[in-house]
Design a binder for this molecule. Structure first.
Ligand SMILES: [Zn+2]
Length: 212
């Protein structure tokens, strides 16, 4: 956005370079001498806008100037933060790109978490060791459904062994959901436990589905 509209003002070499409109009615030597602020080593200021009135309009504020000299003095004294502004804009672009990258990553993750796993790697619901209920979840969505209908003994059994979060973290890879289930009070059991788990799982799955 700001690219190529800067006048490069360099004091280190004692010279002033105007990238745009170099030959306009302004005396380079004079400008450098009058506009040079103390301590400023290297600053970019914005090219003024030439208005219909033939005057120079500051693009940063409402200032209007008759000469480039006056404009440059103004820009250097009032808008010395341009370099920082440019930097922060570049940083902002970087942040936006990172956010975009994150969104893509989240999308990829969400897809992976929602994908079915092979039956063998599914969550097999037992009511106790050796007693399979016949229900196996092969994805988070089918897991949510099974948690809803599984015998309550099975919910109690697996919750007591921390099996749900283990499967979700290790097989599905969704550590966030696993952590949420891990946080459920350990003394919770029965239907209140089922409801709590369902609430957590369904909200999470819904969130994942909205990202893909
Ligand atoms: Zn201004």
């Amino acid at each position: 956005m700001f690219k190529n509209v800067f006048i490069h003002y360099s004091l280190s070499g004692g010279e002033f370079l105007s990238k745009i409109n170099p030959g306009s009615n302004f005396n380079e030597d004079n400008d450098v001498q009058t506009a040079r602020p103390g301590g400023l080593q290297d600053t970019d200021i914005m090219e003024p806008v030439i208005g219909d009135d033939g005057k120079l309009h500051c693009p940063m504020c409402s200032g209007i100037f008759k000469s480039r000299e006056a404009y440059i003095s103004h820009a250097l004294s009032k808008h010395q933060t341009m370099e920082q502004a440019k930097e922060s804009m570049e940083k902002e672009t970087e942040t936006m790109e990172m956010a975009k990258e994150n969104m893509k990553q989240n999308k990829d993750d969400a897809r992976a978490y929602l994908a079915p796993v092979p039956y063998d790697h599914g969550f097999h619901f037992f009511t106790e060791v050796g007693r399979y209920t016949g229900e196996t979840a092969i994805s988070l969505a089918t897991f949510a459904r099974d948690v809803e209908v599984a015998p309550i003994e099975s919910i109690n059994f697996h919750f007591g062994r921390a099996d749900f979060q283990k499967w979700i973290a290790e097989t599905i890879g969704d550590t966030e959901l696993a952590a949420a289930i891990e946080k459920v009070e350990k003394n919770l059991a029965g239907e209140p436990l089922r409801l709590r788990l369902l609430k957590i799982i369904n909200a999470h799955v819904k969130g994942l589905e909205s990202q893909v």
